[in-house]
Design a binder for this molecule. Sequence first.
Ligand SMILES: [Zn+2]
Length: 149
Amino acid sequence: MLVNTIQRGIVIDHITAGRGAKIIEYLDIDTKVNTVAFIMNASSKRHGRKDIVKIENVIDIDMAVLGLIDHQATVNIIENGKIVRKINLQLPDKVMNVIRCRNPRCVTSIETNAPHIFHLIDEEAKEYRCEYCDDIVSVKGGLLDEIMH
Ligand SMILES: [Zn+2]
């Protein structure tokens, strides 16, 4: 299979089935320039069903965004056809300009160039708190409207 022959790039494995398309969208990978293989609903020994995304010639992706969308996923960095690094994703403790604050009274809603800064307050509930107004945003269960592009 062609998708197995990646020489250099990133393989995002063990993606929760159904989230692969979101990952491609939010990582902002230019599919006109980069070769992207997207495998939906592959069978997995660990999780039953999973999605896999392979991106050729891209090494640098936004791990914070990826961790927010699906922190169960694993990232393999491929060089010369071999895995040189495996990264286990985590929910980032602090994110800047990734989650948007929806509170209309928040300073980030009034001053358009103020950075959107959120801190992780509850890992299990996937809840983040806005640094300015203390509003809480949950990124659980694919509710990703708050994630900025
Ligand atoms: Zn806020």
